[in-house]
Design a protein around this ligand. Sequence first.
Ligand SMILES: [Zn+2]
Length: 65
Amino acid sequence: MKHRHNERTFKDPVCGMEVSRMTAAEECVYQGKTYYFCAGTCREAFAADPEKYLRHHRQHGMKQK
Ligand SMILES: [Zn+2]
């Protein structure tokens, strides 16, 4: 894994694409967490039904606080 300063990547919860603060087209704060999206259409889909996409991304053995 390469370490580049400040280039944390986030998973677009809608399409699963990896985006960073630099490459994300859109962002959305939901329940105090910031989510990043590759495109406005993904953000809109998420904003319309956030729970649907968050439920999808249940991580194995990791509980989110
Ligand atoms: Zn996307």
